[in-house]
Design a protein. Structure first.
Length: 252
């Protein structure tokens, strides 16, 4: 019965995630609604397995059509893999709630900047040389990898913003690059959740199949419609994230 409720939401989450990230906004609340007595770690682990199915397909589809600057991506992926696992480990050591007001403020700044700069992410014009891009990729992978493992919401939005603002990518290339980093952080989180039994395997795999279908549709839309479409989608997800964080902060 739960799968009848979760399947369409997993499809929509996969579609949103494939374009700009933020599928967790849909999928995580859906899991907590379907399994109100479920352990949070198990529901997060289930979400990660379902998400990595869709992210894998979206990343592969982007790789076929969108040029990726591997001098930035390889250091970013390596740092994200290690730091995301460390972030998941740190969940039990540090209070995550202190991050919420800071993340809300950062999301507001990203939204204001993007709304005001109409040409933001419209043109792909890399700003950094190969060496600087490697170091910048390492820094972005480390910081956002740790954040995703430790807290998570908004990771895709922050990655896209940083790849555009500081690397000079357009929205489509930034989204493809963010998808690769997100895939790596999901893999690291799964390496933490799966061995401890914190995955509902049947539910996760069924949701993963729907997530894949959504990812195919989302990545196709992004590549067909281009950076302007991704920018619009990005702003919608940003507004949704800001609303969620504002409500959670007020409740907290």
């Amino acid at each position: 019965m739960e799968l009848l409720f979760l399947a369409p939401l997993a499809f929509v989450a996969g579609l949103v995630d494939a374009v700009v990230g933020g599928g967790g906004l849909i999928q995580i609340p859906a899991l907590f609604t379907a399994f109100p007595q479920g352990a949070p770690a198990t529901l997060f682990g289930t979400n990660k397995l379902a998400s990595i199915c869709g992210t894998s397909v979206a990343a592969l589809r982007y790789l076929r059509r969108v040029p990726v600057r591997w001098q930035a991506m390889l250091p970013a992926l390596g740092a994200a893999l290690v730091c995301s696992w460390l972030g998941a480990l740190a969940v039990s050591l540090l209070p995550r709630e202190v991050l919420r007001p800071l993340v809300l403020a950062l999301l507001l700044l990203v939204a204001i900047y993007t709304f005001r700069r109409k040409d933001f992410g419209a043109i792909h014009a890399p700003l950094l040389g190969p060496r600087a891009e490697r170091w910048a990729g390492l820094a972005v992978g480390a910081v956002l990898g740790f954040y995703d493992g430790f807290f998570g919401p908004g990771t895709g939005a922050f990655l896209i913003f940083l790849f555009i603002r500081y690397f000079g990518y357009d929205f489509l290339t930034a989204s493809a690059s963010a998808k690769l980093v997100n895939w790596t952080t999901n893999l690291a989180a799964l390496a933490y959740f799966a061995p401890t039994g914190n995955v509902l395997w049947i539910t996760a795999l069924a949701m993963g199949a729907c997530n894949i279908a959504g990812a195919v549709v989302g990545s196709q839309l992004a590549m067909r419609r281009g950076s302007g479409f991704v920018r619009g989608f990005f702003l919608v997800v940003l507004v949704a994230l800001i609303g969620k964080f504002a409500v959670d902060t007020l409740r907290g």
